[in-house]
Design a protein around this ligand. Structure first.
Ligand code: NAD
Length: 301
């Protein structure tokens, strides 16, 4: 890999686990200053200690990406220590499932707060700093990578709040790309759309702050969704390390869309064809009707 990264600074949210941790490892090996941020304080400290053995300079800073003032504070700390970052990876996310009308108001707040507002704050706070640096320094190149999901390009059933949050991140990122093209030559936007990959995402509850905790017992659809997510995520064959490498490769190649499972894009084509032909949404279990049948049965029990 050509190393346009050494000595430069990366800010990575959701860095205590999964894609964020793997991206932190790559950034450290490339000799970057790595600002690792996460809401899980203890896991963040442990991960940062390990990443610091790989190279670069590591700065762990706890922040809850839902909170705009926390991200503003994070940016001030980054500026004070390393100056304007070259890579901002807005990656923190949580997953929940269940029938769309069964998410509580608190659940919507949490999922949209982390998955969407976390990215909004990252873009809102860091983009102006990066554009100002581009004007100041003719050698400056910046990259903003937002983590969405294939759930941002499709709408599988029984995971509504997650789908909504990730479609919004794709929209935000495509708009960011177009807006940057109006005013900038050297600050680039990218969107990461992974399919199921083994990480801690099916255990998102461990990162649920006290104010987002549910008091009611999970509904049948929520229990079914949890079991499905566990199976789908843990049996994924592509690793989080490979996905993080895809992110760095896409930065070097200036590719906007970043995928983990390109073959899954056939379903995006089906969705686009449905829209263009004015047809009703296709059965997502067309290829594997037994899965759809099992889900229907589980939900009607
Ligand atoms: N693993 C997959 O199959 C998959 C597929 C598509 C998209 N994604 C997305 O990838 C991103 C990374 O998730 P992952 O799969 O590595 O899961 P993960 O659970 O291993 O990592 C997510 C990290 O985000 C952190 N986080 C959660 N809430 C936070 C908050 N309020 N503030 C700061 N940090 C917070 C968690 O503590 C955790 O360390 C997420 O946006 C997720 O939606 C994952």
């Amino acid at each position: 890999m050509s190393n346009e990264f050494a000595g430069r600074t990366a800010v990575i949210t959701g860095a205590a686990s999964g894609f964020g941790l793997e991206a932190s490892r790559i950034a450290a090996r490339l000799g970057m200053n790595v600002v690792m941020t996460d809401v899980m304080a203890e896991a963040l400290e442990l991960s940062a200690r390990e990443v610091a053995t790989l190279g670069g300079t590591v700065l762990p800073l706890r922040a809850d990406v839902r909170q705009g003032d926390a991200i503003e504070g994070l940016a001030q700390a980054v500026l004070a220590r390393f100056g304007t970052p070259h890579l901002v990876f807005n990656n923190a996310g949580v997953a929940t499932g269940g029938l769309i009308w069964e998410h509580s108001a608190k659940e919507w707040d949490w999922v949209l707060g982390v998955n969407l507002m976390g990215v909004v704050h990252g873009v809102r706070v860091f983009t102006p700093l990066m554009l100002a640096e581009e004007r100041r320094d003719p050698g400056y190149v910046g990259h903003i990578v937002n983590t969405a999901s294939m759930a941002g390009l499709l709408n599988a059933p029984n995971m509504g709040a997650y789908n909504v949050s990730k479609h919004a991140v794709v929209s935000l990122s495509e708009t960011l790309y177009q807006d940057l093209a109006l005013v900038s030559e050297r600050v680039h936007a990218h969107v990461l759309c992974p399919y199921f990959v083994p990480t801690g995402i099916h255990r998102s509850d461990r990162a649920r702050p006290a104010d987002a905790r549910e008091t009611a017992a999970p509904t049948t659809s929520q229990r079914v969704a949890q079991a499905f997510a566990e199976k789908a995520v843990t049996s994924g064959k592509v690793t989080a390390a490979q996905v993080a490498q895809n992110v760095f490769d896409a930065i070097v190649a200036r590719h906007f869309y970043i995928y983990s499972h390109p073959h899954a894009l056939a379903a995006v084509m089906t969705r686009a064809e449905d829209i263009l032909r004015g047809e009703n949404p296709s059965d997502p279990y067309r290829e594997r009707p037994e899965l759809g049948q099992a889900l229907r049965q589980a939900l009607r029990r």
